[in-house]
Design a protein around this ligand. Structure first.
Ligand code: R5P
Length: 284
């Protein structure tokens, strides 16, 4: 039987009881060859609306798809903007119900398990808001989603959403990641922080990092590099890819960090060379 350890995701679990479907879906997200994952996050519109760089999702997503191991998005964007003939694993955002105009932590589960199955998703993603007004509700939603996922072999990615007043430090993020793991999430997404190894040590499930707000390309690549060299299995990056002046170059560079262990400097060269080629094409 395939166990979680076979995914080589930091050998964090030896879960021989994991069902085949669950293990197979996880292996589509965290590549068994190296235990690493490049997830492209384009789900921002679920509370931000037409996010800069994602105004026309299909145009943004299509050129980036070949370089992502999986894609994280909402069902609306999946249906309207991704070719159903694509074989890219889908991590479906299934929490929401809020907008930037109101309290963000007041989320609920917004997609039924039936629709997740119909959409052939490889994982379901839900945000937890530890320390926020609706902490309990989002944590209980996580447990309900895990129960549904376990029935049908669909893993759950818990997103540690950070409330306005929360520090993005190891104490807080470590707390949120550990709670996600304790409540049964299969993967957790968080932010890179100082003393990240402590967070990794105390979290018994694979950790991926979000990119966060757009920063200069070199900074984003350094962040990705620090994260994977300090124990993250990969990235779920959005704005630092699709808001870059060369999104394809950025995802190629991030991919090289995650799967080829190149340095941030080497990765930056990949980005620059792709950007140069793009400029040449534009100049005719
Ligand atoms: C939150 O809006 C979503 O879960 C994003 O997918 C997540 O924050 C990763 O995207 P970014 O790299 O832009 O932070």
């Amino acid at each position: 039987m395939i166990g979680f350890a076979d995914l080589d995701a930091g050998n964090k679990e030896d879960n021989m009881s994991m069902n085949w479907g669950m293990a197979n879906r996880l292996a589509r997200i965290i590549k068994p060859e190296d235990g690493r994952a490049v997830m492209l996050a384009v789900d921002h519109g679920y509370f931000l609306g037409p996010t800069s760089g994602l105004e026309e999702p299909r145009k943004t997503i299509e050129p980036l798809m070949p370089y992502a191991d999986s894609i994280m998005l909402t069902r609306g964007v999946l249906r309207t903007s991704v070719d159903p003939k694509s074989d890219k694993p889908v991590v479906l955002r299934v929490s929401g119900g809020t907008s930037i105009l109101k309290e963000l932590s007041n989320e609920d589960i917004t997609v039924s398990i039936d629709d997740c199955i119909r959409l052939n998703v490889s994982a379901m993603a839900l945000s937890i808001f530890v320390g926020s007004e609706f902490e309990k509700e989002t944590l209980v939603s996580l447990t309900k989603l895990v129960d549904e996922g376990e029935k049908f072999g669909i893993p759950v990615l818990a997103v540690t959403a950070v409330g306005k007043d929360m520090a993005r430090d190891v104490r807080y993020l470590g707390l949120a990641c550990r709670i996600a793991a304790e409540l049964g999430a299969h993967i957790v997404k968080t932010y890179y922080c100082d003393d990240f190894e402590q967070l990794i040590e105390s979290c018994p499930i694979p950790v991926i990092i979000a990119g966060g707000k757009k920063t200069p390309e070199m900074e984003a690549l350094e962040l990705a590099h620090h994260a994977v060299t300090h124990g993250a299995v990969g990235v779920d990056m959005g704005r630092n890819i699709f808001q870059s002046d060369c999104p394809v170059g950025m995802i190629q560079a991030v991919r090289a960090i995650v799967h080829e262990n190149v340095s941030a400097k080497e990765a930056y060269k990949i980005y620059e060379s792709s950007k140069g080629a793009k400029q040449k094409r534009a100049a005719g």
